[in-house]
Design a protein around this ligand. Structure first.
Ligand code: PGA
Length: 253
């Protein structure tokens, strides 16, 4: 079964409401007519609702960048799954390495967030990836295995199916140092096999695994040619419609 590639733009803490609306307006026209690629944008919380209004009726999908697992209550500064869905999101990025690194997220809290997202009908983009130190110490696969097992703990096959896994080696994020297509493919293969062992071969064949870390129009094609790479999670290059639309149109490169 062919997996539909998914290209997601993670805008991180960039774009005011006006800037976000401008960008998505441009994107709507620059990706119009693209078939068989799912396009997702993840603006900051403050711009979600405005972007949602702008993309209504288009083929662009909306994601939030994180969430908190409680439904509501005294949790100053946090955003619930319901609020995110109500703002128009279909997806939510969970466990991004910047959240793990700067905001104390762990495999356990990532697992709670995924559970809460699924409970509200949101599709998680579940991020995993090793640091440079871990790679140099030969721990890449054991780290990936731990993050996968921890993040997916307690879920059955049906729950895991809508999840997109994003493999983002921490050393490649925002550094301009992309993993080579072979390095990425090796880990993607490992992730797919691990999903097969945890669940089933059928699920492993269906689940989409994105690569993230310094993806650009220059390197996207080589990555997308790999058997187990089903799309990209794009930071820097998603902040301009010109570069992001080229990534979305990788087949035309
Ligand atoms: P980058 O970010 O493309 O700027 O490296 C990717 C990400 O963090 O999702």
């Amino acid at each position: 079964m062919a997996r539909i590639p998914v290209m997601a733009g993670n805008w991180k803490m960039n774009k005011t409401v006006d800037e976000a609306v401008d960008l998505v307006k441009q994107l709507k026209s620059s990706v119009s007519g693209v078939k068989d690629v799912e396009v997702v944008v993840a603006p900051p919380f403050t711009a979600l609702y405005a972007v949602q209004r702008e993309i209504k009726g288009s083929s662009i999908h909306l994601a939030a960048q994180t969430l908190f697992w409680e439904k509501k209550g005294a949790f100053t500064g946090e955003i619930s799954p319901l609020m995110i869905r109500e703002a128009g999101c279909e997806y939510v990025i969970i466990g991004h390495s910047e959240r793990r690194q700067f905001f104390g997220e762990t495999d356990e809290s990532v697992n709670r967030r995924i559970k809460a997202a699924l409970g509200q009908g949101l599709k998680p983009i579940f991020c995993i990836g090793e640091t440079l130190k871990e790679r140099e110490e030969g721990k890449t696969f054991s780290v990936i295995e731990r993050q996968l097992e921890g993040g997916l703990k307690g879920f059955g096959e049906k729950e895991v199916l809508p999840i997109i896994i994003a493999y983002e080696p921490v050393w490649a994020i925002g550094t301009g140092k992309t993993a080579t297509p072979q390095q990425a493919q090796e880990v993607h293969r490992f992730i797919r096999e691990k999903v097969g062992r945890l669940y089933s071969k059928d699920l492993a064949e269906k689940i989409r695994i994105q690569y993230g870390g310094s993806v650009t129009p220059e390197n996207v094609k080589g990555l997308m040619e790999q058997d187990d790479i089903d799309g990209a999670l794009v930071g820097g290059a998603s902040l301009k419609s010109e570069t992001f639309s080229k990534i979305v149109r990788f087949r035309e490169i």
